[in-house]
Design a protein around this ligand. Structure first.
Ligand code: HEM
Ligand code: HEM
Length: 182
């Protein structure tokens, strides 16, 4: 199948698909890691793997969502249109909320990483955020209050998003999945 790079009214193109599915896989990894933490012994090898990847992968997700938002904007006239009517309005609102949380959840944590003075280092290889050793309380507080709760809200929204794919296929008889896969 030859897939266009850009989106067309019939289906999402290669770039949108690559971003959608690679980010979905990274989100699955992030949430799986947190869930595993509650199940397996803390500081077991598996727990440590998820622990060391959580912040760098979160940073990667933050970069990807910025690229994705720009790509979405530049394809907004050519990508599959939303239905007119309440379902289309709901889909648009749902996608907008997904974007908002995809930005805010990692952003708060990145600000906190700077605010704690510990910074963010990826695998001992790359210093993403400098470790200043200086604590800035107002950069730490928002994430401490909201990073977890908003991340769980994002997971609920993702579950609703995936459920709607099946509602479309089985109840509404339009196969939206074909626009993003296949
Ligand atoms: C978009 C990507 C991210 C997702 C989906 C995500 C998700 C989560 C979730 C579900 C928790 C558990 C909250 C709880 O215990 O109830 C958590 C905790 C945590 N995350 Fe993330 N996270 C992301 C990005 C980041 C980034 C970029 C950093 C670091 C810069 C980070 C650092 C932390 C830390 C330190 C905790 C433990 C403290 C806390 O609960 O706030 N996360 N994350
Ligand atoms: C198994 C998991 C998933 C499936 C089956 C799935 C399926 C789909 C489908 C079929 C569409 C096209 C909808 C349409 O235009 O009518 C879509 C779009 C979208 N999905 Fe997902 N999705 C999944 C995971 C995720 C995750 C984890 C996120 C975000 C955290 C997400 C965010 C979005 C967004 C924002 C759109 C709108 C198009 C865009 O701007 O990329 N999806 N998804």
């Amino acid at each position: 199948m030859d897939l266009e790079l850009r989106d067309t009214p019939k289906r999402y193109g290669l770039v949108s698909r690559a971003l959608h599915w690679s980010m979905a896989a990274l989100f699955a990894w992030q949430f799986l890691g947190i869930v595993v933490r509650g199940v397996v012994a803390k500081d077991s090898a598996l727990d440590q793997l998820f622990q060391t990847t959580h912040s760098p992968f979160g940073f990667l997700l933050f970069l990807l969502v910025l690229i994705r938002a720009l790509w979405t904007l530049s394809n907004r006239r050519t990508r599959p249109a939303y239905d007119r009517g309440p379902l289309g309005v709901a889909a648009r609102a749902g996608h907008a909320a997904l974007y908002a949380l995809m930005v805010v959840v990692p952003l708060l944590a990145l600000l906190r990483a700077y605010g704690t003075g510990r910074g963010l280092n990826a695998f001992g290889l790359l210093q993403i955020i400098p470790a200043t050793g200086e604590r800035i309380g107002w950069l730490v507080a928002p994430a401490s209050a909201l990073h977890g709760p908003l991340a769980w809200a994002l997971l609920v929204l993702i579950a609703g998003h995936v459920a709607m794919v099946f509602v479309h296929r089985d109840l509404l008889r339009d196969n939206v999945l074909a626009k993003m896969a296949g």
